[in-house]
Design a binder for this molecule. Structure first.
Ligand code: E4P
Length: 216
């Protein structure tokens, strides 16, 4: 399973990258706004900087919601760097645009996916990634990881090449469940990635080893 970090924060991207386990980055308009990135030039420069920091797929989201606008914006984003993956929302014009991008050699990440039917449409249109938002499903009182299992089963039966990118990760256990259920990628906040490191028995064991090492 690949690890992406889900942020536009450069310090966090650097920290995750330095761990040596990072395969890519996802951003969205909310994450970009949180970092105060405004205006076309600054947005493009921010994506360029992320692409220079991380050698892997970098998702950059379109803001348009009509076919012509999505295609125009996506072409500009894709021109920033070969590793840019154009993030397109799961709407009717989004599906049409994903098919256009597929036919024109531009890779896409279909975002805001909350059902298996939406994932099938994205895969049929040739999306490189489909992003089910498991945390937001949990927030609504359903079980987000069940969607990962369902999509994984369908893609395997149907032989779809689209990768399942588990998004809206809230905690380390989400990452473990997604790995277990067949997600190809997890995009996670830094604290969820670092949370995987933690176990009290590791801390107790290390303290004892270091104490005993003084007697060596
Ligand atoms: C990633 O591609 C998504 O934009 C992101 O994981 C959404 O996460 P959130 O539900 O925590 O906002």
């Amino acid at each position: 399973m690949k690890f992406f970090i889900d942020t536009a924060n450069l310090a966090q991207i650097k920290e995750a990258n330095e761990l040596g386990i990072l395969d890519g980055v996802t951003t969205n308009p909310s994450l970009m706004a949180k970092e105060g990135i405004k205006g076309e030039e600054n947005i493009v420069n921010h994506y360029k900087t992320i692409c220079e920091l991380v050698d892997g797929d970098i998702s950059a989201e379109v803001l348009s919601t009509d076919f012509a606008g999505i295609v125009e914006e996506g072409k500009k984003l894709a021109a920033i760097h070969p590793n840019i993956v154009v993030k397109v929302p799961m709407i009717k014009d989004g599906v049409k645009a994903i098919k256009w991008f597929t036919d024109n050699g531009i890779r896409t990440n279909c975002t805001l996916v909350f059902s298996a039917g939406q994932a099938i449409l994205a895969a049929k249109a040739g999306a490189a990634y489909v992003s089910p938002f498991i945390g937001r499903i949990d927030d609504s009182g359903w079980e987000g990881t069940e969607l990962i299992a369902q999509i994984s089963n369908i893609f395997s039966i149907q032989g779809f090449k689209t990768e399942i990118l588990a998004a809206s990760i809230r905690n380390p256990n989400h990452i473990i469940k997604c790995a277990e259920l067949g997600a190809d990628v997890c995009t996670c906040p830094l604290d969820s990635i670092l949370g995987l490191l933690k176990h009290p028995l590791t801390d107790i064991g290390l303290a004892k080893f270091l104490e005993d090492a003084k007697k060596m």
